[in-house]
Design a binder for this molecule. Structure first.
Ligand code: GAR
Length: 206
C-alpha cells in the first residue's frame, strides 16, 4: 500500500470544504494525511470540525501581526514541522505572497465559487447575481501571486435559475465544491501534473 500524502489545510470560516476533504480521507478515497489545519481567525467552525476529527489545529490571527510578511513568517514556521507536501486552501481569506508560494512552489491549491477568470475575489456568488450572469460554477486551481488567477485544474458549471438567490446559488455551488475539490486533489496529488503555458495537464490523462 502506498504512503499517504501529507497535506496542511488553511481555513478562515465555516470549513465545509475542509469537512468534505476530511470525509474523503476517512473514506480512503483520498490518500492524504491532514497533518494540521491552520486558521487565521479564532473560534471558527472549521477549527471545531478539525478538532472533532482529531486533527491538530493551530490559530494564527493575522491581525496580531504588523505586516503580511510577519504573518506569513508565522504561518511558514507553524507549517514547517509538518513538512506538508501540499497546502490546501479551503476558504482561506488571505492572499499569499511570493515568498510563501516560493516555499511551496506549485504546491498550493485553492477552490473558488465561480468560473475563473470571471468573478475573482470575495463574495463571488453575489458578484455573479449582481452581474446577471446565466451560468457560473466552481474552479479548482493552483495558487499564484494573483487573486484567483492561477492555472486551472478542474471546473464545473451550474445554470443560474430565474429566481436564484445568493443563498440558493451558494447551496448549489457548495454541493459541487464538496464533490470536486477532493476529486481534483486526488488527481493532482496522486498522478502529478505539468503546466504548459497556463494549461495544467494531469499525468496519464488523455
Ligand atoms: C467556499 O465557497 C470557497 O469556494 C470560497 O470560500 C468558501 C469557503 O467555504 N473561497 C473563495 O471565495 C476563494 N476566493 P467553507 O469554509 O465552508 O469551505
Amino acid at each position: 500500500m502506498s504512503e499517504k500524502i501529507v497535506i496542511a489545510i488553511l481555513v478562515s470560516g465555516d470549513g465545509s470544504n475542509l469537512q468534505a476533504i476530511i470525509e474523503s480521507c476517512q473514506a480512503k478515497t483520498l490518500p492524504c494525511d491532514i497533518a494540521v489545519v491552520i486558521s487565521n481567525r479564532p473560534r471558527v467552525r472549521a477549527l471545531e470540525r478539525a478538532e472533532a476529527a482529531g486533527i491538530k489545529t493551530v490559530c494564527i490571527p493575522h491581525q496580531d501581526y504588523a505586516t503580511r510578511a510577519d504573518f506569513e513568517e508565522a504561518l511558514l514556521s507553524a507549517l514547517a514541522p509538518f513538512s506538508p507536501a501540499w497546502i490546501v486552501l479551503a476558504g482561506f481569506d488571505r492572499i499569499l505572497s511570493s515568498k510563501f508560494l516560493h516555499t511551496y512552489h506549485q504546491r498550493v491549491l485553492n477552490i473558488h465559487p465561480a468560473l475563473l477568470p470571471a468573478f475573482p475575489g470575495l463574495h463571488a456568488a453575489r458578484q455573479v447575481l449582481d452581474y446577471g450572469a446565466k451560468v457560473t460554477g466552481v474552479t479548482v486551481h493552483i495558487v499564484d501571486e494573483g487573486t484567483d488567477t492561477g492555472p486551472i485544474i478542474l471546473q464545473e458549471s451550474v445554470v443560474i435559475a430565474n429566481n436564484e438567490t445568493e443563498e440558493s446559488l451558494l447551496k448549489k455551488l457548495h454541493e459541487i465544491e464538496h464533490r470536486i475539490y477532493p476529486e481534483a486533489m486526488k488527481r493532482v496529488l496522486t498522478k502529478g501534473f505539468e503546466i504548459d503555458g497556463r494549461t495544467v495537464r494531469i499525468i496519464g490523462d488523455e
